[in-house]
Design a binder for this molecule. Structure first.
Ligand SMILES: NC(=O)c1ccc[n+]([C@@H]2O[C@H](COP(=O)([O-])OP(=O)(O)OC[C@H]3O[C@@H](n4cnc5c(N)ncnc54)[C@H](O)[C@@H]3O)[C@@H](O)[C@H]2O)c1
Length: 313
Protein backbone atom coordinates (compact mmCIF):
# COMPACT_ATOMS: atom_id res chain seq x y z
CA UNK A 1 0.00 0.00 0.00
CA UNK A 2 0.98 3.64 -0.43
CA UNK A 3 0.69 5.35 2.94
CA UNK A 4 0.95 9.10 3.50
CA UNK A 5 1.81 10.20 7.04
CA UNK A 6 1.34 13.84 8.00
CA UNK A 7 3.54 14.71 10.99
CA UNK A 8 5.77 11.72 10.24
CA UNK A 9 8.86 13.57 11.44
CA UNK A 10 7.34 13.84 14.92
CA UNK A 11 7.37 11.46 17.83
CA UNK A 12 4.40 9.21 17.03
CA UNK A 13 4.33 9.67 13.25
CA UNK A 14 7.95 8.57 12.85
CA UNK A 15 7.25 5.32 14.71
CA UNK A 16 4.23 4.71 12.47
CA UNK A 17 6.43 5.37 9.41
CA UNK A 18 9.05 2.89 10.60
CA UNK A 19 6.51 0.17 11.26
CA UNK A 20 4.60 0.72 8.01
CA UNK A 21 7.86 0.38 6.05
CA UNK A 22 8.73 -2.79 7.97
CA UNK A 23 5.42 -4.22 6.80
CA UNK A 24 6.35 -3.56 3.19
CA UNK A 25 4.33 -0.42 2.54
CA UNK A 26 5.52 2.59 0.57
CA UNK A 27 5.59 5.66 2.82
CA UNK A 28 5.55 9.41 2.19
CA UNK A 29 6.02 11.76 5.15
CA UNK A 30 4.61 15.29 4.93
CA UNK A 31 5.84 17.53 7.75
CA UNK A 32 6.86 21.18 8.17
CA UNK A 33 9.46 20.31 10.85
CA UNK A 34 7.94 22.85 13.26
CA UNK A 35 8.45 20.39 16.12
CA UNK A 36 9.50 17.28 14.19
CA UNK A 37 13.04 16.42 13.11
CA UNK A 38 14.30 15.38 9.72
CA UNK A 39 16.44 12.64 11.32
CA UNK A 40 13.29 11.02 12.76
CA UNK A 41 12.10 10.18 9.23
CA UNK A 42 13.27 6.70 8.19
CA UNK A 43 15.64 6.74 5.20
CA UNK A 44 13.34 4.50 3.16
CA UNK A 45 10.44 6.97 3.39
CA UNK A 46 9.97 9.82 0.95
CA UNK A 47 10.01 13.17 2.75
CA UNK A 48 8.25 16.39 1.76
CA UNK A 49 8.77 19.45 3.95
CA UNK A 50 5.52 21.36 3.76
CA UNK A 51 3.08 23.26 5.96
CA UNK A 52 -0.18 21.32 5.67
CA UNK A 53 -2.14 24.58 5.68
CA UNK A 54 -0.87 25.23 2.12
CA UNK A 55 -3.82 23.46 0.54
CA UNK A 56 -2.77 23.61 -3.13
CA UNK A 57 0.69 22.27 -2.39
CA UNK A 58 -0.70 19.51 -0.18
CA UNK A 59 -3.09 18.50 -2.94
CA UNK A 60 -0.23 18.41 -5.45
CA UNK A 61 1.68 16.00 -3.17
CA UNK A 62 -1.41 13.79 -2.93
CA UNK A 63 -1.95 13.92 -6.70
CA UNK A 64 1.59 12.72 -7.31
CA UNK A 65 1.76 10.04 -4.58
CA UNK A 66 -1.89 8.87 -4.78
CA UNK A 67 -2.02 7.35 -1.29
CA UNK A 68 -4.25 4.37 -0.53
CA UNK A 69 -4.47 5.55 3.06
CA UNK A 70 -3.50 8.59 5.13
CA UNK A 71 -2.71 8.83 8.80
CA UNK A 72 -3.04 12.40 9.98
CA UNK A 73 -0.63 12.94 12.87
CA UNK A 74 0.50 16.51 12.16
CA UNK A 75 -0.70 18.96 14.76
CA UNK A 76 0.12 21.60 17.28
CA UNK A 77 0.21 18.97 20.05
CA UNK A 78 0.44 21.00 23.26
CA UNK A 79 -2.61 21.73 25.43
CA UNK A 80 -0.67 24.51 27.21
CA UNK A 81 0.15 26.30 23.93
CA UNK A 82 -3.49 25.99 22.84
CA UNK A 83 -4.54 27.76 26.07
CA UNK A 84 -2.20 30.66 25.32
CA UNK A 85 -2.77 30.78 21.55
CA UNK A 86 -6.17 29.29 20.66
CA UNK A 87 -6.29 30.97 17.26
CA UNK A 88 -2.91 29.57 16.25
CA UNK A 89 -3.97 26.16 17.55
CA UNK A 90 -7.17 26.24 15.48
CA UNK A 91 -5.32 27.51 12.41
CA UNK A 92 -3.00 24.49 12.50
CA UNK A 93 -5.27 21.82 13.93
CA UNK A 94 -8.62 22.72 12.35
CA UNK A 95 -7.70 24.46 9.08
CA UNK A 96 -4.59 22.31 8.62
CA UNK A 97 -6.64 19.17 9.19
CA UNK A 98 -9.29 20.34 6.71
CA UNK A 99 -6.62 21.01 4.16
CA UNK A 100 -5.50 17.36 4.43
CA UNK A 101 -9.11 16.14 4.22
CA UNK A 102 -9.64 18.29 1.11
CA UNK A 103 -6.60 16.67 -0.51
CA UNK A 104 -8.15 13.25 0.27
CA UNK A 105 -11.38 14.38 -1.35
CA UNK A 106 -9.65 15.77 -4.44
CA UNK A 107 -7.69 12.55 -5.05
CA UNK A 108 -10.30 9.98 -4.03
CA UNK A 109 -8.23 8.76 -1.05
CA UNK A 110 -10.33 6.09 0.59
CA UNK A 111 -8.94 5.78 4.11
CA UNK A 112 -8.23 8.50 6.67
CA UNK A 113 -6.86 7.72 10.13
CA UNK A 114 -7.09 10.61 12.57
CA UNK A 115 -4.86 11.11 15.61
CA UNK A 116 -7.48 12.45 17.98
CA UNK A 117 -7.22 12.80 21.73
CA UNK A 118 -8.77 10.62 24.41
CA UNK A 119 -6.82 12.62 26.95
CA UNK A 120 -8.55 15.91 26.14
CA UNK A 121 -11.80 15.18 24.30
CA UNK A 122 -13.87 13.82 27.21
CA UNK A 123 -13.11 16.59 29.71
CA UNK A 124 -12.91 15.53 33.34
CA UNK A 125 -13.34 11.79 33.91
CA UNK A 126 -14.91 11.22 37.32
CA UNK A 127 -13.17 9.25 40.08
CA UNK A 128 -13.57 5.51 39.76
CA UNK A 129 -14.71 5.69 36.11
CA UNK A 130 -13.06 5.38 32.70
CA UNK A 131 -14.23 7.16 29.54
CA UNK A 132 -15.33 4.80 26.79
CA UNK A 133 -15.91 5.80 23.17
CA UNK A 134 -19.58 6.63 23.85
CA UNK A 135 -18.81 8.99 26.74
CA UNK A 136 -19.95 12.52 25.91
CA UNK A 137 -17.20 14.56 24.31
CA UNK A 138 -16.72 17.69 26.38
CA UNK A 139 -13.25 19.16 25.87
CA UNK A 140 -11.99 21.83 28.27
CA UNK A 141 -9.15 23.20 26.16
CA UNK A 142 -8.84 24.74 22.69
CA UNK A 143 -6.64 21.77 21.75
CA UNK A 144 -9.43 19.31 22.63
CA UNK A 145 -12.04 21.51 20.92
CA UNK A 146 -10.00 21.55 17.70
CA UNK A 147 -9.66 17.74 17.70
CA UNK A 148 -13.42 17.50 18.27
CA UNK A 149 -13.98 19.86 15.32
CA UNK A 150 -12.06 17.58 12.96
CA UNK A 151 -13.94 14.54 14.29
CA UNK A 152 -17.10 16.51 13.47
CA UNK A 153 -16.16 16.87 9.79
CA UNK A 154 -15.46 13.17 9.25
CA UNK A 155 -19.05 11.96 8.69
CA UNK A 156 -19.46 14.57 5.92
CA UNK A 157 -16.27 13.43 4.21
CA UNK A 158 -17.42 9.84 4.51
CA UNK A 159 -20.97 10.25 3.28
CA UNK A 160 -20.34 12.75 0.50
CA UNK A 161 -16.75 12.16 -0.54
CA UNK A 162 -16.13 8.46 0.19
CA UNK A 163 -13.34 8.95 2.74
CA UNK A 164 -13.66 6.22 5.41
CA UNK A 165 -12.41 7.51 8.77
CA UNK A 166 -10.86 5.68 11.69
CA UNK A 167 -10.60 7.87 14.77
CA UNK A 168 -7.89 6.94 17.26
CA UNK A 169 -8.28 8.77 20.57
CA UNK A 170 -4.89 8.57 22.21
CA UNK A 171 -4.34 8.79 25.95
CA UNK A 172 -0.97 10.22 27.11
CA UNK A 173 1.51 8.63 24.74
CA UNK A 174 5.13 8.03 25.77
CA UNK A 175 8.17 6.25 24.38
CA UNK A 176 11.50 6.64 22.59
CA UNK A 177 12.05 9.83 20.56
CA UNK A 178 9.52 11.93 22.49
CA UNK A 179 10.88 15.44 22.92
CA UNK A 180 11.99 16.02 26.55
CA UNK A 181 12.28 19.77 26.01
CA UNK A 182 8.69 20.51 24.98
CA UNK A 183 5.74 21.35 27.23
CA UNK A 184 3.97 18.05 26.61
CA UNK A 185 5.37 14.59 27.21
CA UNK A 186 5.95 14.28 30.93
CA UNK A 187 7.52 10.82 30.61
CA UNK A 188 10.21 12.17 28.28
CA UNK A 189 10.81 15.16 30.56
CA UNK A 190 11.12 12.93 33.65
CA UNK A 191 13.21 10.27 31.86
CA UNK A 192 15.71 12.87 30.73
CA UNK A 193 15.88 14.35 34.25
CA UNK A 194 16.10 10.94 35.95
CA UNK A 195 19.29 10.12 34.06
CA UNK A 196 20.88 13.21 35.65
CA UNK A 197 19.04 12.80 38.99
CA UNK A 198 17.73 16.33 38.31
CA UNK A 199 14.59 17.59 40.14
CA UNK A 200 11.15 16.80 38.71
CA UNK A 201 8.25 19.25 38.92
CA UNK A 202 4.90 17.84 40.05
CA UNK A 203 2.16 20.15 38.77
CA UNK A 204 -0.70 20.01 41.27
CA UNK A 205 -4.06 18.45 40.55
CA UNK A 206 -5.94 20.76 42.97
CA UNK A 207 -3.48 22.13 45.52
CA UNK A 208 0.27 22.54 45.44
CA UNK A 209 1.78 19.56 47.24
CA UNK A 210 -0.77 16.94 46.16
CA UNK A 211 0.37 13.97 44.03
CA UNK A 212 -0.53 15.67 40.74
CA UNK A 213 -3.05 15.01 37.97
CA UNK A 214 -4.29 11.53 37.11
CA UNK A 215 -3.51 10.28 33.64
CA UNK A 216 -3.61 7.19 31.47
CA UNK A 217 -0.19 6.47 29.94
CA UNK A 218 0.04 4.41 26.77
CA UNK A 219 3.21 3.14 25.13
CA UNK A 220 3.91 4.35 21.59
CA UNK A 221 4.13 0.76 20.31
CA UNK A 222 0.43 0.29 21.08
CA UNK A 223 -0.39 3.52 19.24
CA UNK A 224 1.57 2.27 16.24
CA UNK A 225 -0.29 -1.06 16.29
CA UNK A 226 -3.61 0.80 16.20
CA UNK A 227 -2.46 3.03 13.34
CA UNK A 228 -1.17 0.20 11.20
CA UNK A 229 -4.32 -1.87 11.75
CA UNK A 230 -6.41 1.15 10.76
CA UNK A 231 -4.27 1.93 7.69
CA UNK A 232 -4.42 -1.67 6.51
CA UNK A 233 -8.21 -1.59 6.84
CA UNK A 234 -8.51 -4.09 9.69
CA UNK A 235 -10.49 -1.69 11.87
CA UNK A 236 -12.77 -0.20 9.20
CA UNK A 237 -14.89 2.76 10.17
CA UNK A 238 -14.31 2.96 13.90
CA UNK A 239 -13.62 5.12 16.90
CA UNK A 240 -11.08 3.62 19.25
CA UNK A 241 -9.63 4.74 22.56
CA UNK A 242 -5.91 4.03 22.59
CA UNK A 243 -5.08 3.91 26.29
CA UNK A 244 -4.10 1.51 29.05
CA UNK A 245 -7.08 2.05 31.38
CA UNK A 246 -4.68 2.46 34.30
CA UNK A 247 -4.91 5.62 36.43
CA UNK A 248 -1.48 7.04 37.39
CA UNK A 249 -0.74 10.27 39.26
CA UNK A 250 2.19 12.44 38.16
CA UNK A 251 3.86 11.64 41.49
CA UNK A 252 3.47 7.89 40.96
CA UNK A 253 4.91 8.26 37.48
CA UNK A 254 7.91 10.24 38.75
CA UNK A 255 8.62 7.68 41.47
CA UNK A 256 8.32 4.77 39.00
CA UNK A 257 10.77 6.43 36.61
CA UNK A 258 13.22 7.23 39.43
CA UNK A 259 13.05 3.62 40.69
CA UNK A 260 13.57 2.17 37.19
CA UNK A 261 16.49 4.53 36.52
CA UNK A 262 18.02 4.31 40.00
CA UNK A 263 17.69 8.11 40.22
CA UNK A 264 17.62 10.29 43.33
CA UNK A 265 15.70 13.21 41.80
CA UNK A 266 13.86 15.54 44.18
CA UNK A 267 10.11 15.87 43.45
CA UNK A 268 9.25 19.57 43.53
CA UNK A 269 5.60 20.55 44.16
CA UNK A 270 4.26 23.14 41.74
CA UNK A 271 0.97 24.95 41.11
CA UNK A 272 -1.94 23.80 38.95
CA UNK A 273 -1.15 24.39 35.26
CA UNK A 274 -3.81 26.18 33.18
CA UNK A 275 -5.76 23.82 30.92
CA UNK A 276 -4.72 20.63 32.73
CA UNK A 277 -7.59 18.27 33.52
CA UNK A 278 -7.60 16.77 37.01
CA UNK A 279 -8.32 13.24 35.89
CA UNK A 280 -8.31 11.49 32.53
CA UNK A 281 -8.51 7.70 32.19
CA UNK A 282 -9.75 5.73 29.17
CA UNK A 283 -11.57 2.43 28.83
CA UNK A 284 -9.36 0.37 26.48
CA UNK A 285 -11.84 -2.55 25.99
CA UNK A 286 -12.39 -1.92 22.27
CA UNK A 287 -8.65 -1.60 21.67
CA UNK A 288 -7.96 -4.84 23.52
CA UNK A 289 -10.67 -6.66 21.57
CA UNK A 290 -9.49 -5.39 18.20
CA UNK A 291 -5.73 -5.35 18.70
CA UNK A 292 -4.74 -7.19 21.88
CA UNK A 293 -3.27 -6.49 25.30
CA UNK A 294 -1.80 -3.08 26.09
CA UNK A 295 1.89 -2.82 27.08
CA UNK A 296 2.25 -2.56 30.90
CA UNK A 297 3.64 0.79 32.13
CA UNK A 298 6.72 -0.79 33.75
CA UNK A 299 7.73 -2.46 30.48
CA UNK A 300 7.18 0.67 28.40
CA UNK A 301 9.08 2.85 30.90
CA UNK A 302 12.02 0.42 30.93
CA UNK A 303 12.27 0.53 27.11
CA UNK A 304 11.92 4.31 27.09
CA UNK A 305 14.67 4.77 29.71
CA UNK A 306 16.89 2.38 27.79
CA UNK A 307 16.48 4.58 24.69
CA UNK A 308 17.19 7.84 26.56
CA UNK A 309 20.24 6.25 28.16
CA UNK A 310 21.57 4.98 24.81
CA UNK A 311 21.02 8.41 23.28
CA UNK A 312 23.29 9.81 25.97
CA UNK A 313 21.29 12.97 26.67
N1 LIG B 1 1.77 12.62 22.43
C1 LIG B 1 0.60 12.44 22.99
O1 LIG B 1 0.50 12.10 24.17
C2 LIG B 1 -0.67 12.63 22.20
C3 LIG B 1 -1.90 12.41 22.83
C4 LIG B 1 -3.08 12.57 22.10
C5 LIG B 1 -3.02 12.93 20.76
N2 LIG B 1 -1.81 13.17 20.18
C6 LIG B 1 -1.78 13.57 18.77
O2 LIG B 1 -0.91 12.71 18.08
C7 LIG B 1 -0.31 13.40 17.00
C8 LIG B 1 1.21 13.24 17.05
O3 LIG B 1 1.67 13.83 18.27
P1 LIG B 1 3.20 13.79 18.71
O4 LIG B 1 3.21 13.61 20.18
O5 LIG B 1 3.95 12.85 17.85
O6 LIG B 1 3.62 15.30 18.43
P2 LIG B 1 4.88 15.88 17.62
O7 LIG B 1 4.88 17.35 17.87
O8 LIG B 1 6.10 15.08 17.91
O9 LIG B 1 4.46 15.58 16.12
C9 LIG B 1 3.65 16.45 15.36
C10 LIG B 1 4.30 16.63 14.00
O10 LIG B 1 3.46 17.48 13.21
C11 LIG B 1 4.29 18.39 12.51
N3 LIG B 1 3.49 19.59 12.19
C12 LIG B 1 2.99 20.49 13.07
N4 LIG B 1 2.33 21.46 12.39
C13 LIG B 1 2.42 21.13 11.07
C14 LIG B 1 1.95 21.75 9.88
N5 LIG B 1 1.27 22.93 9.91
N6 LIG B 1 2.22 21.16 8.71
C15 LIG B 1 2.91 20.00 8.64
N7 LIG B 1 3.40 19.38 9.74
C16 LIG B 1 3.15 19.95 10.94
C17 LIG B 1 5.44 18.68 13.46
O11 LIG B 1 6.61 19.17 12.83
C18 LIG B 1 5.67 17.30 14.07
O12 LIG B 1 6.60 16.55 13.34
C19 LIG B 1 -0.81 14.84 17.10
O13 LIG B 1 -1.91 14.99 16.25
C20 LIG B 1 -1.24 14.97 18.53
O14 LIG B 1 -2.21 15.97 18.71
C21 LIG B 1 -0.64 13.02 20.86
Amino acid sequence: MRILITGGAGFIGSHVAEHALARGHEVLVLDDLSTGRRENVPAAAEFVQLDMRRGDDVRAVFERFLPDAVTHQAAQASVAISMREPVRDADINVLGGLSVLEACRATGTKRFVFASTGGAIYGEVQDGTRADELTARAPLSPYGAAKLAIEGYLPTYQRHFGVTPTVLRYANVYGPRQDPHGEAGVVAIFAERALRSAPMQINAMRRQGDDGCIRDYVYVRDVVRANVAALEGTLGEAVLNVGSGVATTTGELARAICAAAGATSALVPSEVRAGDLERSVLDPSRFEQAIGAVTPLAEGLAETLHWFRARGR
